[in-house]
Design a protein around this ligand. Structure first.
Ligand SMILES: [Mn+2]
Length: 417
């Protein structure tokens, strides 16, 4: 991604700041996994959105005073011993070339820098990313820094920049759309490779391995989320991730998986018969879900209230399930369809930003993913595309897969290894 993208994000954020403000953002660190093992480091996504930097510990500081804005990064001091063990940390020059920020300091200069600012000027506001996922969630570095700061400078007003940045992230630029498209392309390629090798009697994790092979071969470092490879009845559990059951002859396999490309997520759900042929009943259920996908995707255009997508999905699935005698009353659809049809997609798979109360806008990227889950019949179907809201309608960003019953059966017949 070009530094102009990150510069522009900073500009849009800085425009929202009050005058006489400081703002601090933390890249974060890899959390401990067990003993001396760490989980892989992933940058805080709002920090990445503002800097383009994916290195731990780095801190971004803005000042805005009498209308003048300055941008600073604080990076780790080079450490020759650590360099021998884990490689060199990001240099000042690398930090500038990734972010476009010219003024780079070392981390041990941070407190004296902040102190200089606050002692010499009448700052009134400090902005942090105070993301909070739960009442009892452990305190993040931004929150403890804010607490320490107000202890020493009690007149400062602390502001939470989290929601501001999340709402900026809802609208994607063309570069972001291209990253999501590439994530979707690799994900689709992985699904096709998996289908070519799928046979009754395999374990779900064996199918997963074929998907993973394609991701690694394409230079993908991380999955967008935990892969779901669920056969038969397992597919009726929404977030089944065990993936260790046998895929029996005659069962449908439900995949929900995604590659992450330059920190942007692809997210596709796909359902196919492991032996190559849908049964009549599977075909009926699959076609209802596919019609829902088409119907709801066709609704996507600027000005449509986001929540209308969910209302229409429920209504359509209820009507169709009444027609085939699966349910009698519309409300009973909750028994077989019990999740949202869509979420925003971007730097996070369930991307942030308050989309629920908004109308669709050009530049939003959302998923469309209707499903039906009938445990008593061992049938779970979900079909998911990633969709861009364009100026006048929508574009499917994941168009590379067979979708109809006929297309899927033909693909399996021609490509089986
Ligand atoms: Mn999804």
């Amino acid at each position: 991604m070009d530094t102009s993208f990150f510069k522009n994000n900073r500009k849009r954020f800085l425009d929202t700041l009050e005058d006489k403000s400081l703002a601090l953002f933390f890249a974060g660190e890899a959390p401990q996994s067990s003993a001396d093992q760490l989980h892989p480091f992933v940058p805080n996504r709002n920090f990445y959105y503002l800097t383009g930097i994916d290195e731990p510990k780095i801190i971004l500081v803005f000042t805005k005073y009498n209308g003048k804005v300055t941008e600073h990064l604080f990076v780790e001091k080079p450490d020759p011993v650590m360099a021998k063990w884990i490689g060199e940390s990001m240099s000042k020059e690398q930090a500038t070339s990734a972010s476009g920020i010219e003024t780079i300091h070392y981390l041990d200069e941070l407190t004296s820098f902040i102190q200089m600012q606050l002692l010499n000027r009448s700052y009134q506001h400090v902005y942090f990313d105070l993301e909070k996922r739960a009442w009892d969630a452990p305190e993040r570095p931004a929150a403890s820094f804010a607490r320490e700061l107000t202890k020493r400078f009690p007149s400062l007003q602390i502001h939470n920049a989290y929601h501001t940045i999340c709402d900026l992230r809802l609208i994607k630029t063309q570069e972001e759309v291209d990253e999501i498209k590439e994530a979707g392309r690799i994900t689709s390629e992985g699904i096709k490779h998996l289908m070519r090798h799928a046979k009754p009697g395999m374990k779900e994790y064996e199918l997963e391995a074929y998907f993973d092979f394609v991701l690694k071969s394409n230079g993908v470092k991380h999955h967008a989320f935990h892969t779901i490879t669920a056969s038969g009845k397992n597919a009726t559990v929404l977030h089944y991730e065990d993936n260790d059951d046998v895929v029996n002859d005659g069962e449908l396999v439900l995949l929900d998986l995604g590659a992450q490309w330059n920190y942007y997520s692809g997210d596709i759900s796909f359902t196919f018969p492991v032996n190559g042929k849908f049964t009549e009943r599977q075909k009926t259920i699959y076609n209802i879900v596919l019609s829902a996908l088409h119907k709801v995707s066709d609704m996507v255009k600027p000005g449509v209230p986001y929540r209308q997508l969910q209302e229409e999905t429920r209504k359509f699935l209820a009507d169709e399930c009444i027609k085939i005698g699966l349910i009698e009353e519309a409300e009973e659809i909750s028994k077989y369809y019990f999740h949202g049809v869509s979420h925003s997609l971007g730097l996070d798979t369930h991307d942030v930003g308050a989309i629920w109360d908004r109308d669709l806008e050009h530049g939003m990227v959302i998923t469309i993913e209707p499903g039906l889950y009938i445990p008593e019949e061992g049938i779970g179907v979900r079909i998911e595309d990633d969709v861009l809201v364009t100026e006048s309608g929508n574009e499917n960003l994941t168009p590379d897969l067979p979708r109809t019953v006929e297309e899927i059966e033909a693909f399996l017949a021609e490509n089986k290894k």
